[in-house]
Design a protein around this ligand. Structure first.
Ligand code: DGL
Length: 267
């Protein structure tokens, strides 16, 4: 099936998932939507995130997507169930795969989870992790300044190192050995996080496990693209095309030539 896979996020963070999908599923066509006009989602209510997510799904459906990846932890936490119930195509989020990976990698049983305020408040990582292993202690912490730092491109900057230190001190106190980067923006500052936490702490990037689950799902449903041609990648944003392109070029293994603006409020 050569229809594209639709992937969306509140901004550029979902590109960390796109990059992993390109690596694990190199034959698939992709359509990405980044809601750059309305980022951040992490401080917004469930109703708002659900409304935004539904508009994006309606837009992606116009591209005849065969599956949707919600490459945003906040939208996965607050909107996935309702969206999946309304669609007749597979929908996967990033939270469940991330929780599974954390459980598999911890040795001490002390797992840290960082994410946006809404993701942490939803308690969803805690629930999934403890469902898989009730003996694990989960320490969670919202890190609201990380998203604007990433969107501003301050990936290697003293300011970012400072904020990382402030937010993550508690993770050291609780001696976590596995830290879930529970927001798709965070892998972009994993160097700063690793500098503070040290190399012994395993940083869990749910993107890897998400792409793996997507591959398993498409294989099982016999929905993989069997065309041998070069895959097509399309990018759409709700604002700031130039900024998006220069950012995407740094994150993705392929040069992003065109990105189009979508009036997402009209969907
Ligand atoms: N990248 C998103 C996430 O994974 C959302 C960041 C935001 O918009 O606040 O939660």
């Amino acid at each position: 099936m050569n229809n594209p896979i639709g992937v969306f996020d509140s901004g550029v963070g979902g590109l960390t998932v796109v990059s992993e999908i390109m690596r694990q599923l190199p034959g698939e066509n992709l359509v990405y939507f980044g809601d750059t006009a309305r980022v951040p989602y992490g401080s917004k209510s469930k109703n708002t995130v659900l409304k935004y997510s539904k508009q994006i799904v309606r837009f992606l459906k116009t591209k005849n997507v065969k599956a949707i990846v919600i490459a945003c932890n906040t939208a996965s936490a607050l909107a996935l169930d309702e969206i999946a119930a309304q669609l007749d195509i597979p929908v996967i989020g990033v939270v469940k795969p991330g929780a599974k990976m954390a459980v598999e990698t911890t040795k001490t049983g002390n797992v840290g989870v960082i994410g946006t305020e809404s993701t942490i408040k939803s308690g969803i990582y805690n629930d999934y992790i403890r469902e898989l292993n009730a003996d694990i202690t989960v320490v969670s912490k919202p890190c609201p300044l990380f998203v604007p730092l990433v969107e501003e491109g301050l990936l290697e900057d003293r300011v970012t190192d400072d904020i990382v230190g402030r937010y993550l001190r508690v993770m050291k106190e609780y001696k976590v050995d596995s830290l879930v980067l529970g927001c798709t923006h965070y892998p972009l500052i994993s160097n700063a996080i690793e500098r503070f936490m040290g190399k012994k702490v395993n940083l869990v990037n749910p993107a890897f496990e998400t792409a793996k689950s997507l591959k398993e799902l498409l294989t099982e449903k016999e929905m993989l693209n069997t065309d041998k041609g070069k895959p097509r990648y399309e990018y759409y944003v709700s604002d700031g095309v130039d900024k998006f392109i220069s950012f995407a070029d740094n994150v993705l293994p392929y040069h992003v030539t065109t990105t189009q603006i979508v009036d997402i409020e009209s969907y």
